[in-house]
Design a binder for this molecule. Structure first.
Ligand code: ADP
Ligand code: ADP
Length: 542
């Protein structure tokens, strides 16, 4: 028995009682009496990319502030005088000893990319070129500008850039520094898959060719796979304590994290595994038609962007995944459906009532979360609303907070809830995965699917996280073309056909991890990659 129940345990409470508890040993750092405590530190390694995988609020930033010499760790005693000698003594004989000694001797230069790039315009006044020149210690900005396709916006003021542009500018500004240790806190939000792969490649090159150490926090598992040489898993109780494990191989780290059980540490971090079902591609779902649209062309003026849409239909009660690079016309298509813009050629005969969650969530108002959501739906607080929306999105704990104080992941979940709470013909969610950690992505996916199934609702989800799109969608709509110049899309197709279209455009194939069935990107040119390309099976390979 687990000690809670006197009689034989009716629940699997053993599982619950084994959830992470604060460790017996002394933490590396504790912010104050009874305040957050951090156990363990990742060890930066020259020439390597080290990943950190774990939920938000678990101490990743605290660890990095220690490694950047912004905090001298107090070894668990908040009243202790800061003392690096004591810390180095503690880490003598470990992988960290060298690094900490160099840090103490002021021999480590650190460059950091912040998590929330949306905030950069508040901190920097000027254009892209000025920002990049201010950090160009290695004289590489021109090369980075080209490889990250920033050229079209170099003369643009920072406060006019889109989130995806800001993300790439922030990446270039960080990688242009001449540092020993680079810390990148989430690189994928707002980037499309091609841009994600480019970012991963640049980070790997700087590690390998420049012999620098890179530490990356990332929630997109496909990208983490591609990027990291080793992985530190972070677990604990967000806000209370966090543990950073010693490094594992990337594959083992991801698999153990998903399974909820860390083998080397003998630690269960979650009652249940996160599963990637190897579902057969859903045979195309045969619902009634919600809306059909004719051939449409949309041009924004003479030499500006043009989108060509081939006639198609959206079915009732389906989740339609929408994929394609940034700047290819996905939002333009959504605006056509909503009647917010008129096509240059062709005409929509139905006009859908659309509830829309934009890519860049902007809900900063001096208002509490509960008041904000209550202003959107009179279902707020009903048991039905709690079960279908608030609980799956884990809003309970943040209801009383102000919108302006929310973290990126919290803001995203409130915005998803707000979108689903409205009455509409079509729920359109643009990049719901941004800033969500792995578990929150799984929960959000479940919430959106459940909501559409239980309410005969129809949803369109635009996202670049291939796992999320796969778990969510019944059919796919694929956009292709030349970003910012022209885009085209054919009618929605079944998942297998759609994934093959989309991934062959990108020249990327996926395989399934043998143990967890999670999709992993094949190394370009590997035997599997070549075999799958020859067979035309980019994703659902046997
Ligand atoms: P992560 O980067 O994993 O999201 P952080 O390291 O930013 O996590 O924060 C971990 C915890 O430490 C949070 O609960 C945060 O509120 C708390 N924390 C961060 N900085 C301070 C501080 N200066 N004083 C007290 N608590 C802090
Ligand atoms: P996506 O959603 O696929 O990222 P969008 O539909 O937002 O793409 O944009 C496609 C292209 O159209 C981009 O190059 C964008 O800059 C351009 N564009 C979008 N809205 C306008 C507008 N109102 N006027 C001129 N160009 C626009």
């Amino acid at each position: 028995s687990c000690g809670i129940c006197v009689v034989k345990c009716p629940f699997d409470a053993l599982e619950i009682i084994n959830l992470p508890q604060e460790l017996d040993e002394e933490p590396v750092h504790r912010y104050g009496e009874n305040a957050f405590a951090l156990y363990g530190l990742p060890a930066p390694q020259d020439g390597k990319v080290t990943g950190i995988l774990g939920p938000n609020g678990i101490g990743k930033t605290t660890a990095v502030r220690i490694l950047a010499d912004e905090i001298t760790p107090n070894l668990g005693d908040p009243n202790a005088e800061p003392d690096w000698d004591a810390v180095i003594d503690e880490y003598r004989g470990t992988e960290l000893q060298n690094y900490l000694e160099e840090l103490q001797a002021d021999e480590v230069a650190v460059a950091r990319k912040p998590q929330y790039v949306d905030k950069i315009p508040n901190q920097f006044d000027g254009n892209t070129r000025q920002l990049l020149e201010s950090t160009d210690e290695r004289g590489v900005v021109d090369e980075l500008v080209d490889r990250l396709s920033i050229r079209p916006v170099v003369d643009q003021s920072i406060d006019t850039l889109s989130g995806g542009e800001l993300q790439r500018v922030a990446l270039a500004a960080t990688l242009a520094r001449d540092a020993d240790f680079y810390f990148l806190d989430e690189i994928t939000p707002y980037l499309d898959i091609g841009q994600r792969v480019t970012a991963a490649r640049l980070i790997r090159e700087l590690a390998e060719e420049g012999d620098r150490s890179m530490l990356v926090v990332e929630h997109d598992l496909a990208v983490l796979d591609l990027l990291a040489d080793s992985l530190n898993v972070a677990y604990g109780e967000p806000g209370a304590f966090g543990v950073i494990t010693p490094p594992k191989s990337t594959r083992q780290g991801v698999n153990q994290y998903l399974s909820g059980y860390l083998e080397n540490e003998n630690m269960r971090i979650r009652p249940e595994a996160i599963e990637f079902e190897r579902h057969a591609p859903r045979s195309s779902y045969q619902g009634e038609t919600l809306a059909s649209y004719p051939d449409l062309t949309m041009s924004y003026g003479e030499d500006e962007f043009t989108l060509d849409v081939e006639a198609g239909e959206i079915r009732e009660n389906e989740v339609l995944g929408v994929v394609g690079p940034n700047g290819i016309g996905k939002s333009t298509f959504a605006k056509l459906l909503a009647g917010r813009i008129e096509a240059t050629e062709g005409e929509m005969d139905t006009r859908l009532d659309i509830s829309y969650k934009p890519q860049y969530v902007d809900i900063d108002q001096p208002m509490r979360v509960d008041a904000f959501l209550a202003s959107i739906t009179d279902q707020f607080g009903s048991s039905y609303w709690e079960t279908e929306i608030a609980n799956p999105l884990q809003l309970g704990r943040i209801m009383e907070q102000n919108l302006t104080d929310l973290s990126g992941g919290e803001r995203q979940r409130v915005a998803i809830a707000a979108c689903l709470s409205k009455d509409a013909d079509l729920y359109l969610l643009d990049e719901p995965s941004a800033h969500l950690d792995v578990e929150q992505r799984v929960l959000a996916t479940r919430a959106i699917r459940r909501y559409t199934e239980n309410h005969d609702a129809t949803a369109m989800v635009i996202d670049h996280d291939i796992y999320m799109i796969d778990l969510l969608s019944d059919r796919l709509m694929v956009f292709d073309g030349e970003p910012a110049v022209r885009g085209e899309t054919s009618p929605p197709v079944g998942m297998r056909e759609g994934m093959n279209q989309f991934l062959s455009n990108l020249d990327i194939t996926f395989r399934r991890d043998q143990r967890t069935s999670r999709p992993r990107i094949n190394k370009p040119g590997s035997q599997l990659d070549r075999e799958q390309k020859n067979a035309g099976e980019y994703y659902y390979a046997p």
